[in-house]
Design a protein. Structure first.
Length: 473
């Protein structure tokens, strides 16, 4: 297996040098030497490691009470973060590495007429932009990466960023529809996600676009029913099975392990436990996914930890923590999954008042998720039978769908997005001990580098209480 992080770090070093305005590293290739098939694997690996499975997923998963932090308050599990905590992700993951290199790849592929690479790069760019804007709100884009013309780039509105995301995905789909002939180089094995399968990339683009359409169900000027129609039309062309899920498979070699393995096992710097909120929810439903996600206590129970305090000395016997399958070094980190797509479909049908279709889509989502996790079919059937019918009330039905999505999207940033958009699950600061603030953060604060290098353009928002543009329920 290719050492994933080696490719990623090569790109990182090149980008950081430009950001810091230091001399060029003679061991790093110059832009002129970088071909599309050199750029792509490093971008994919970094996005999967640093964004899909990194800081932008970890911290929200503490706040969303899937993960319990064994530490005395205040700490990041109790919302105690500052500008330096988000700085590496903003500066060294997004703006001087992943997003910057994706823009370079798009430009290079377009110049060379290699439309498939251009399409892949645009899908990844849209994905990076979505995570960045969903975490921070307004972000630099239209004037980004043009330091000579715009040394202090403006922060574009989140609405305009979403317009850019949809445009990028539309352009990517158009690229994928072009003939393969005439392109000097086409994606193949260096594409960690699909191995150069353009039909799969097209399905991925449609499915991501459906995710973002449903994100805007409560956005100003939008209606849930209209967004649902858009999403359903897109999903008809999207992912069709678990085999089509876009993800990066990490490895067992040193330096190529999956992010949760390095965070929880390899570094041994934090104690990560099952949170009592999620465990209690799953216990109440006798959810068979408990055994996939978590360990049992010495008495054979699933018991979670309440964030905000330190566990007792018998914690390894009395509290569930992450299972070996969740912290395996060779775990696949997904950008989106077929089971999530089916929950998007389920909620879309709710908005249209088609509850039978919503129920069927929800059951298909649960079946796909549990099948992917290796759950026995008899347990899947028993779990679905225990759910009962969707409530006739829209809010109660939406809560059921989103709470199922909360479980199947385990450790994804999407659960924070759904919570902010819908209010489900109905979490609050009262669900942890000793919260630093009285409410769950509604966005990330802007990074220290923004305050130091571009303070006049930094948006004036309260990261705890000011919702992002689409969060208007």
């Amino acid at each position: 297996m290719i050492a994933i992080l080696f490719a990623m770090l090569c790109l990182l070093f090149t980008s950081c040098g430009e950001w810091l305005d230091v001399n060029t590293d003679p061991n790093s290739p110059s832009d002129a030497e970088m071909a599309e098939n050199i750029y792509l694997p490093g971008i994919e690996a970094q996005v999967a490691y640093e964004l899909s499975g990194g800081f932008t997923a970890r911290y929200p998963n503490y706040w969303m009470l899937q993960v319990g932090r064994d530490a005395a308050a205040p700490d990041f599990g109790t919302y105690d973060i500052d500008e330096s905590d988000v700085n590496n992700t903003w500066t060294y993951t997004v703006y001087t590495a992943a997003l910057k290199n994706a823009v370079k790849l798009t430009s290079l592929a377009e110049e060379n007429g290699n439309y498939y690479y251009e399409g892949i790069s645009k899908v990844i760019t849209a994905y990076i932009l979505s995570i960045t804007t969903d975490c921070w709100g307004d972000i630099p884009w239209s004037q980004a990466f043009q330091p000579e013309t715009y040394p202090f780039p403006v922060f574009d509105s989140q609405e305009s960023i979403y317009n850019a995301i949809f445009s990028l995905l539309d352009e990517a789909i158009a690229n994928f529809n072009l003939p393969a002939e005439g392109q000097s180089i086409r994606p193949s094995g260096e594409d960690y996600i699909y191995g150069g399968d353009i039909d799969m990339w097209k399905k991925c683009a449609y499915t991501l676009k459906a995710r973002y359409a449903m994100r805007l169900t409560y956005a100003p000027g939008k209606t849930g029913a209209a967004q649902a129609d858009i999403a359903l039309a897109l999903l008809a062309n999207g992912l069709g099975s678990n085999d089509e899920n876009p993800g990066v498979a990490f490895g067992s070699e040193t330096g190529s392990e999956a992010p949760w393995n390095q965070w929880h096992v390899k570094w041994e710097t934090v104690n990560i436990w099952a949170n009592e909120y999620m465990i209690n929810m799953m216990n109440a439903r006798n959810d068979p996914r408990r055994g996939v996600y978590f360990t049992q206590t010495i008495t054979g129970e699933y018991r979670g930890h309440r964030t905000g305090n330190i566990l007792m000395t018998d914690k390894y016997d009395s509290t569930s923590h992450f299972s070996e399958s969740i912290t395996a070094p060779d775990q696949v980190v997904y950008f989106i999954t077929y089971d999530e797509a089916k929950t998007l479909e389920a909620e879309a049908y709710l908005w249209k008042g088609e509850y039978e279709n919503a129920r069927e889509a929800l059951h298909e989502a649960i079946t796909a998720n549990m099948t992917r996790l290796g759950i026995d079919p008899s347990e899947i059937d028993a779990y679905i039978a225990g759910l009962g019918d969707l409530p006739a009330d829209f809010e109660a039905a939406q809560q059921m769908v989103i709470e199922e999505k909360y479980v199947l999207n385990f450790l994804s940033t999407e659960i924070w997005n759904d919570y902010r958009r819908t209010g489900y699950p109905p979490l609050s600061a009262a669900d942890i001990d000793n919260p630093t603030y009285n409410n769950i953060p509604l966005r990330f604060m802007y990074a220290a580098d923004v305050k130091q290098n571009n303070p006049l353009n930094e948006p004036d928002v309260n990261w705890l209480t000011d919702p992002v543009w689409w969060d208007k329920k």
